[in-house]
Design a protein around this ligand. Structure first.
Ligand code: PMP
Length: 422
């Protein structure tokens, strides 16, 4: 297949890293699903606005006014990126985990929530707090062997009991696979339930449309969407967010405070107490705008080419098995998990780093129930790509795995404190 070039320039794309033999090699970053590098456009924008920031929503000074305007226009850019409807609200959070915890706090008292057992812990644990003070009850529905059967079982459960919310990942952080969001929405709405999408993996790789899918909420993270750490978003229906428990108590979230009474703001201010991450929000917005400006289909095509090349390459390596949840998944994003028969995933990952300068992730990917289900409760290896990935990085991984199964590692590496060690 012809070589694939990066779709957008990212910072650090030519960083070199030390190998065990003392040489340096350009880092092959195949860990976009954990955190993606920042776009060059994002880095430029951050440098541009860094001298301008001041406190927002409070100061009368010129820079406070500028900062407030930049922060609020960043909010609009984020809302636009996920194609929010007119009455939706965008809350700037820290990340997807923050967004989902926030949402879990505003589901009305006494209501039921439905989650699937393939979820990342961020979309599982906020719904499973053992002593939910609001008396909400969560059901974990086991996924079935196919998407079709899973949707059927979802329909049956939603018909048998009344739920206020179904919360599903837009794409699995383990296999990149997904339920078709539109179908989940159709089934849930027919039963009177809302739908929240954990978009941590879907949004950066595909974009998202609240208006088109009909989903009620979407959560995602800036650091997986080509912006630095510390800003994410929750976008969706205003009513629960306007009236639910404020996520944090503090300045900015209130209209009036007396000794005996607090009057809270509606959303988004209600859930953004404290000085917000202005630069983070601007960086996230810049990334959203850059992705939105790509020609239609470019994101999907780039990732499809890389993913197909990666899976085809992995399948030719003896002993490598690529994990899959469903044979009939909606088109998966560029996240691929595999195991190497009879080899410890931690050792393989450390070998890839130490001898080849390749960064992958190993472990159970904050999705323990799913890893058990995939028969990989001892862990696996995940390679993930994005807009800054050239096909050369994918080819290097495949070649390195061939070398590993043929010759083995030069020594037994271990990963210690996140670094490989001999
Ligand atoms: N959901 C999914 C599907 C994810 O992949 C991740 C990150 N691995 C999260 C939620 C949590 O994202 P964050 O750490 O940015 O809160």
């Amino acid at each position: 297949a012809p070589a694939v070039q990066p779709l957008l320039p990212v910072v650090g794309g030519s960083t070199t890293v030390p190998l065990v033999d003392g040489t340096q090699r350009v880092y092959a970053n195949l860990d976009y699903a954990a955190s993606a590098p920042a776009l060059q456009a994002v880095a430029d924008r951050v440098a541009e606005v860094l001298p301008l920031y001041a406190s927002v929503h409070r100061g009368a000074g010129y820079l406070s006014q500028v900062s407030t305007a930049l922060y609020e226009s960043a909010r609009q850019a984020v809302a636009r990126f996920v194609d929010a409807r007119e009455d939706d609200v965008a809350i700037i959070t820290r990340n997807t985990t923050d967004s989902l915890n926030l949402l879990a706090g505003v589901v009305p008292t006494g209501e039921r929530v439905l989650v699937l057992d393939l979820e990342h812990h961020a979309n599982l644990l906020p719904w499973l707090r053992s002593s939910d003070p609001h008396g909400r009850r969560t059901t974990i529905l086991p996924i079935a062997e196919t998407v079709a059967a899973t949707l059927e079982s979802l329909r049956a459960e939603l018909t048998a009991r009344t739920y206020a919310l179904v919360t599903v990942s837009g794409a699995s952080n383990v296999t990149g696979e997904a339920l078709p969001v539109e179908r989940v929405v159709e089934i849930a709405h027919a039963a009177g339930a809302r739908v929240a999408v954990d978009g941590a993996q879907l949004v950066p790789h595909r974009g998202f449309s609240l208006a088109r899918t009909g989903a009620d909420y979407v959560a995602f993270s800036g650091h997986k969407t080509y912006a630095p750490f510390g800003a994410g978003a929750l976008v969706g229906r205003r009513d629960w967010l306007d009236t639910g428990t404020p996520y944090l108590a503090g300045g900015g979230a209130v209209r009036d405070v007396r000794a005996d009474r607090t009057v809270w703001q509606p959303a988004p201010a209600r859930h953004e107490a404290g000085s917000p991450n202005v630069i983070g929000a601007i960086a996230l917005a810049e990334a959203c705008d850059a992705l939105a400006a790509l020609p239609a289909g470019a994101l999907v095509e780039h990732e499809r080419a890389l993913r197909d090349r990666l899976v085809a390459g992995l399948e030719r390596v003896p002993g490598v098995r690529v994990a899959s949840i469903w044979p009939d998944s909606a088109e998966p994003v560029g996240v691929v998990t595999f195991t190497v028969e009879d080899h410890d995933p931690g050792l393989v990952a450390a070998y890839l780093a130490a001898e080849h300068g390749i960064g992958v992730r190993d472990g159970r990917f904050c999705a323990h129930p799913l890893l058990s289900r995939l028969g990989a409760s001892g862990g696996a290896i995940r390679a993930s790509v994005g807009v800054g990935t050239p096909s050369e990085a994918v080819d290097r991984l495949v070649a390195a795995l061939h070398a590993y199964v043929t010759d083995g590692p030069r020594s037994r590496y271990a990963v210690e404190d996140g670094c490989w060690a001999v």
